[in-house]
Structures are given as C-alpha cells and as structure tokens.
Design a protein around this ligand. Structure first.
Ligand SMILES: NC(=O)c1ccc[n+]([C@@H]2O[C@H](COP(=O)([O-])OP(=O)(O)OC[C@H]3O[C@@H](n4cnc5c(N)ncnc54)[C@H](OP(=O)(O)O)[C@@H]3O)[C@@H](O)[C@H]2O)c1
Length: 250
C-alpha cells in the first residue's frame, strides 16, 4: 500500500507528534509549516521532506503541492493540523487577528484539500478509501467566551470536512475531523497565558483527571488512518476526555 502522507502543521504539537509516529511506522512524510526548518529531532529522517509553506497564501500552498507533485503522484492521506488560537472578545478582537484565524483554521484546510484531491484519488478505493483528517476543536462544538472567532473558524472547518466527506466519498476519499479538547502543546500554553488578559479560559482538566497529550490525539489519527476505520466518513470525533459531555458545575 502507498504510505505517503502530507501533514500540514507538522512542525509543532499534535502535528509534530503525528509526523514522528508516522515515520516510526514506515510512512513517507511531507511536513508543511511556516517556520524556516523542522525540529532537529526528526529533520534528517530520510523519509521526511519539510516544505516551508505559509498557509495564509493560496500561492504558497499551490507551490508546496507543485513540489510534492514533482516527486510523487499519489497520496494515501492528508492531515491538516495547522491552527492558531488568538483569544479576545468579539467587541475588541482585531480584524487582522480574525483574518489570520479564518485563513489558517478554515481556508487552509479547504485550499490544501483542493490541491491534494487529485493525488488522493490515485490511492482511492471504495473499500479502502484515501484518508483526510482535519484537526478541529471542541471550541467549535462548545464555544467559549473570548474564543468566538476561533470557535467559529473551527465550527466552519467541521462543516467543510463533513461536506467534503459527502462530495469526495464517491471518489474513494474519506474525510473526518478529530476535535481535541485542551492538549498539552505550545498552543494551549500560549492561549492560557494570553487568556489571563482576554478572559479566555482553556477547558483544562477533563473528567478523566488530566488534559490531553499530543499522543492521545495522534492515537485517534492513527485509528482513522487504519483499516478498522475504512467505513468511517464525515464524523467529528472529540478527543477531550469527556470535557464537552456535560457542564461541570462542581
Ligand atoms: N492544543 C490544544 O489544546 C488544542 C485544542 C483543540 C484544538 N487544537 C488544534 O490542534 C491543531 C494543532 O495545534 P497544536 O496544539 O499542536 O498547536 P501548535 O503546537 O501551536 O502547532 C500549530 C501548528 O500550526 C502551524 N501553523 C500555524 N500557522 C501557520 C501558517 N501560517 N502556515 C503554516 N502552518 C502554520 C505551526 O507551524 P509553524 O509554527 O511552522 O508555522 C504548527 O505546526 C490546531 O488546529 C489547533 O487549533 C489544539
């Protein structure tokens, strides 16, 4: 089986952990991110190619996929993990900050998917579809004060993925969303710090007594890539330890 995957936002947090584990499991990985280079830990792995790509630019996305197309004709999977969470109430958050979130959290998954479809189709089969996994958020299911724009971009990304599941299913491509709750990555540390000023509070400890780890989310990504998930299409799957299941008033 072709085991080539593109991981957008593969330079940090959940995406980086997915890249490390995909390499361990024999995948050929194209990692995209806006920083100049990937962390040294995985940088010299021979099945890994890093392409610098700021997903706020449609041209940059097209150029990144042109580079991928020069080396490979088919893709087994696309994982979109790039994201930003800039907190602030709707009355005060700037248009620039909102645009950054719409570009990266919503337009990014759409534009990268659009580039990847022809290559995904090459590895597609009705009984074993190619896989697309978008990392959404429980912020798009149960929104938070000072997380209105972030939550709106994530809810919209969930809808985008669900429609893609229906449109691309007949072409042998399954599209699903993994929606993490608070997960121990640089993003949650930054959002918690900024939230002290903006009034945003991360979901924090789940009913299972801790916040999530990048491996908790990567485990579910691997389930959705696996043969066991070949008939799973169009779901938004929370990975939050039950945080959104009920309001916690204790
Ligand atoms: N951590 C949480 O608690 C949590 C909860 C719910 C959902 N999520 C979602 O999980 C996903 C991964 O987040 P994380 O927690 O792993 O955060 P992270 O460690 O901050 O990683 C974010 C990733 O997005 C990439 N990115 C940001 N701006 C980009 C741009 N303009 N162009 C290309 N790539 C860009 C970053 O790459 P560069 O730095 O190289 O640009 C990085 O790889 C995000 O979609 C986030 O919304 C996270």
């Amino acid at each position: 089986m072709d085991k080539t995957v593109v991981v957008v936002g593969g330079t940090s947090g959940i995406g980086l952990r997915a890249v490390e584990r995909l390499l361990e499991q024999g995948w050929t990985v194209w990692a995209l991110g806006s920083r100049e280079r990937l962390s040294a830990v995985v940088a010299d792995e021979e099945r890994l190619t890093y392409v610098q790509c700021d997903v706020r630019s449609a041209d940059a996305i097209r150029e990144a996929f042109d580079r991928i197309r020069q080396s490979c004709s088919s893709l087994r999977a696309l994982i979109y993990s790039a994201g930003v969470n800039i907190t602030g109430e709707l009355g005060t958050i700037s248009l620039e900050d909102a645009d950054v979130m719409f570009d990266i959290n919503l337009k990014g998954p759409w534009l990268t998917l659009r580039e990847a479809i022809p290559m995904l189709r090459e590895s597609a089969a009705p009984d074993d579809p190619a896989r697309v996994i978008v990392i959404g958020s429980i912020g798009g299911i149960r929104p938070k004060v000072s997380g209105g724009i972030y939550g709106a971009t994530k809810a919209a990304a969930h809808v985008l993925a669900q429609v893609a599941a229906a449109e691309l299913g007949p072409q042998g491509i399954a599209v699903n969303v993994v929606a993490p709750g608070s997960t121990d990555t640089p993003m949650i540390a930054a959002a918690t710090k900024a939230g002290a000023e903006s009034g945003y509070r991360a979901s924090g400890t789940s009913p299972l007594g801790r916040i999530g780890s990048p491996d908790d989310v990567a485990d579910v990504i691997f389930f959705l890539l696996s043969d066991a998930a070949k008939y799973v299409n169009g779901v938004v799957l929370p990975v939050d330890g039950g945080t959104r299941a009920a309001y916690n008033n204790r």
